[in-house]
Design a protein around this ligand. Structure first.
Ligand code: ADP
Ligand code: MG
Length: 268
């Protein structure tokens, strides 16, 4: 890991799209695994009450001790919430369904939008030397997603290669702009990644063309194909990179990881 660019201090990326089922969790798990494979230290924050990222990495609800609910609502220190996964270099702050009430419980808290921001900057995590912190957001633009965007340096948007994919993107961009004008001036859009792409399908090609025409370089060159191995991996409690290392899905997520790292290097 000598030749790859290592950002100073963790680079925090919120993986967000208010639509469900577009590949946020899959991208969080597998991009995390790809970065870890490069020798980087990665922390995944599960901010979705469904806890799919936690389950997909083999952290089952009965084994979960402190969770992201405790992190936000009880200000539990991050180092007491995070646990190792079976993937070398990849840790996770798990979530349980408790988190579903957090959105309402947070409303009366005056620090409600900044709780995750503060938690991720707790000096207690310095010893873990995280290079990347990826936040798996819930499928809505609620206070949890706002916390993620206030905490993050950038937002990565998975876009499912399907009809209506671009619809809803303007709402997401508006939210990002609002956060930039209020709580997090430096918030950038890391990029948009096309997921579940089927090159034999005209619709996928059309969505890709629309996205590239409208968003230009914001769209990652890497496209994640629809690949059954990707969807099977979570039931084996592992990223597709470990489940079937040579699958098309694994190769695509590795390529996305390298593209992300090289974009960081360009910005430095
Ligand atoms: P989100 O977190 O945005 O709700 P998920 O990552 O959970 O979306 O993905 C939704 C569903 O699509 C899951 O069942 C997942 O396994 C499947 N899926 C995601 N990406 C792919 C892919 N590249 N190929 C095949 N299935 C995929
Ligand atoms: Mg999800």
């Amino acid at each position: 890991m000598s030749d790859l660019f290592r950002p100073s201090g963790p680079k925090i990326i919120a993986i967000a799209n208010q639509k469900g089922g577009v590949g946020k969790t899959t991208t969080a798990i597998n991009l995390g695994a790809a970065l870890a494979e490069e020798g980087l230290n990665v922390l995944l924050i599960d901010l979705d009450p469904q806890g799919n990222a936690s389950t997909g990495l083999g952290i089952f609800s009965e084994d979960r001790g402190l969770t992201t609910y405790d992190l936000l609502l009880d200000e539990a220190p991050l180092e007491e919430v995070i646990v190792k996964t079976n993937v070398e270099g990849l840790m996770i702050a798990p979530a349980t369904t408790d988190l579903s009430s957090a959105d309402i419980e947070l409303v009366s808290n005056e620090k409600r939008s900044h709780l995750l921001h503060d938690a991720l900057r707790h000096p207690g995590i310095d010893r873990f030397k995280f290079d990347y912190i990826l936040i798996d957001c819930p499928p809505s633009l609620n206070l949890l997603t706002v916390n993620a965007m206030v905490a993050a340096h950038s937002v990565l948007v998975p876009l499912q290669s399907e009809f209506f994919a671009l619809e809803g993107l303007s709402q997401l961009m508006l939210t990002i702009r609002e956060i930039r004008q209020t709580a997090n001036k430096g918030l950038r859009i890391e990029g948009v990644v096309l997921t579940m792409y089927d090159s034999r399908n005209n619709l996928s090609q059309q969505v890709e063309k629309d996205a590239r025409d409208n968003l230009g370089d914001l769209v990652f060159r890497t496209v994640i194909p629809r690949n059954v191995r990707v969807s099977e991996a979570p039931s084996f409690s592992m990223p597709v990179l470990n489940y079937d290392s040579l699958s098309k899905g694994s190769q695509a997520y590795r390529s996305l990881g390298l593209e992300l790292i090289s974009r960081q290097a360009e910005l430095a």
